[in-house]
Design a protein around this ligand. Structure first.
Ligand code: MG
Length: 215
């Protein structure tokens, strides 16, 4: 007789099946990073179809945190037609554009984490203008152009409380491995003294906020 599947195992299987760009070992490292953060409000930048959102949501439930996830759901440059990471099944025929929101909603529903996640649909440029809530965990995984990566750091990292955790995805110190903007963000965070590096796992960097100002 097989043992019953726990709700967390079920959620992780749903995350595994969701579209997205997060290898299993980095997902595990992301969950560990979240578990090391204080409870409170957690923020994910770059939702896509909700793969990492489920990973974070399961831990948020475990520790009693609230998870907010922000995305405009129209896809990044590399997701658009003709680009490397385009997925034609994500195009909404009505809009003639990518719409990942319906996929996200299905992922959260199927994973059973709808009740611990607040979904914000908007650009980070817009949301950063009004965001004022202190964060105990911030996951930066949005648009990877230099301008937007730097904007997202500047706009949201200043809300991370001392002792809070910053995780940055797709960090490639060697340009042969990938784009440089997330790496530049990590260098900025550490060189300012506002964050210290805690761990590296694949392209995931985990930092902890000090009491120095974010600049
Ligand atoms: Mg990523």
């Amino acid at each position: 007789m097989s043992s019953p599947v726990s709700s967390v195992d079920h959620a992780l299987a749903v995350a595994d099946a969701a579209k997205g760009f997060l290898p299993a070992d980095e997902a595990e490292a992301l969950r560990a990073a979240a578990r090391s953060a204080p409870a409170g409000v957690w923020l994910e930048i770059g939702t896509y179809c909700g793969k990492s959102t489920v990973h974070l949501g399961t831990v948020a439930r475990e520790v009693g945190a609230r998870l907010v996830t922000v995305d405009h759901h129209r896809g990044s440059e590399e997701n658009q037609p003709g680009w490397e990471w385009h997925d034609a099944s994500l195009v909404d025929p009505h809009a003639g554009r990518i719409d990942t929101l319906p996929f996200l909603r299905r992922t959260l529903l199927d994973a059973g984490v709808e009740d611990v996640v607040d979904v914000v649909v908007g650009t980070t440029q817009s949301v950063a203008r009004w965001w004022a809530t202190p964060l105990s965990f911030l996951f930066l995984d949005g648009n990877h152009t230099e301008d937007v990566a730097q904007h997202d750091y500047a706009g949201f990292a200043r809300h991370v409380v001392p002792g809070g955790v910053l995780a940055v995805h797709d960090v490639f110190p060697d340009p042969r491995d990938g784009g440089q903007p997330p790496w530049h963000v990590v260098q900025r965070a550490v060189s300012s003294g506002a964050f210290v590096e805690v761990s590296v796992h694949g392209s995931l960097r985990v930092l902890r906020r000090t009491d120095r100002p974010v600049t």
